[in-house]
Design a protein around this ligand. Structure first.
Ligand SMILES: C[S@@+](CC[C@H](N)C(=O)[O-])C[C@H]1O[C@@H](n2cnc3c(N)ncnc32)[C@H](O)[C@@H]1O
Length: 322
């Protein structure tokens, strides 16, 4: 049995007997005006963060959701798309598809705005998404891709890239590890299925996104997720896992490398009105400008005494105040 089959078997079990708190962090789900989430659906929140970012969901986008779970995020995406087939949700586990369909039926009874036809549940998996090339605006997955071994993650990311329209977005939430997870834990298929031992480090995770071709990555949240303690997990010292919410754009990778926004800003502190790096960045004196980590490194190195680079906030939502 491969680790992917172990994962499928595990999710078949937790589709029938919900395991409250399996993956999710202790925060209430994204509450939206007029959205009622049935308790049974909430109990099956197996996501470690959120992939539903309202700022990415204007103009009724088409959404392909990979790994439907109990259907919570499919419902939240449908809240924004509000059209027949606006959300296609894929899962290889029949019991999970059945559970999601049941939960969505309950949701339709409680939400006047929601019609069951807004979410189409399809059999399929992350490595062979059942939609044509360049056909969707948004691909989302929550707490699934961290289960995959590196070569499989690469395949899944390439598949997401394939189905996205140019400029489309991949919305993800996954655990990451604050240091490499030792191999005895990585090999534990059950722990991997439970999203506890497959996580990569931040650097490995973002590099995988770049390797798949995504030219811009924005980090929306980074928070503590789980602590693997020494005694239970056979570790010399405890290992903290974090959960990372990100949005990756299907845009060309610039010649000097991909742009990863983590919330850094550059602030010109010199004596002129503004500073122009002749490379597309104009910094007005005293006013923070959002910059990607690559640009932050370049600007900071250029004039360390006159350009202040602020730390990553790990919460970048684009734009500025004016
Ligand atoms: C950790 S759960 C997350 C569920 C959901 N995204 C959520 O946030 O509640 C992982 C989901 O991925 C599904 N899954 C497992 N293997 C998969 C694969 N190869 N491709 C797509 N989905 C898969 C499982 O059946 C399960 O629904």
């Amino acid at each position: 049995m491969s680790y992917l089959e172990t994962a499928a078997e595990f999710y078949g079990e937790v589709a029938q007997t919900p395991e409250v708190g399996l993956c999710c962090v202790q925060s209430s789900p994204l509450q939206l005006p007029g959205l009622k989430i049935p308790p049974q659906m909430q109990e099956m929140n197996y996501g470690c963060g959120t992939t539903v970012h309202p700022t990415e969901l204007a103009n009724s986008p088409s959404v392909l959701y990979v790994g439907v779970g109990g259907g919570l995020e499919a419902l939240q995406f449908a809240y924004f798309s509000r059209r027949v087939g606006g959300v296609i949700a894929v899962d290889p586990v029949a019991k999970m598809r059945e559970a999601a369909a049941k939960n969505l039926r309950m949701a339709s009874a409680q939400n006047a705005w929601f019609d069951l036809s807004f979410v189409e549940i399809r059999e399929g998996d992350a490595f062979a998404l059942p939609v044509p090339d360049a056909s969707v605006d948004v691909v989302a997955q929550n707490c699934l891709f961290n289960i995959f071994e590196p070569a499989d993650l690469n395949k899944a990311l390439q598949e997401a890239y394939r189905v996205l329209k140019p400029g489309g977005r991949l919305l993800m939430s996954d655990p990451i590890a604050t240091r490499p997870i030792p191999s005895h834990l990585q090999k534990d298929e059950r722990l991997r299925a439970m999203c506890l031992s497959g996580a990569m480090t931040y650097e490995q995770y973002t590099q995988q996104l770049i390797d798949a071709g995504f030219g811009q990555v924005e980090i929306r949240a980074r928070r503590p997720y789980r602590l693997l303690d020494s005694a239970t997990y056979g570790l010399p010292e405890p290992l903290l896992l974090e959960s990372l919410d990100s949005v990756s754009f299907k845009v060309q990778i610039p010649e000097d490398g991909a742009c990863i926004f983590t919330g850094k800003t550059a602030i010109y502190a010199g004596s002129e009105e503004f500073f122009d790096d002749s490379n597309g960045h104009i910094l007005h004196r005293g006013i923070p400008a959002a910059v990607c980590d690559k640009t932050a490194g370049k600007l900071g190195g250029l004039m360390p005494n006159e350009v202040l680079i602020t730390d990553s906030t790990w919460h970048y939502t684009g734009g500025g105040c004016c």
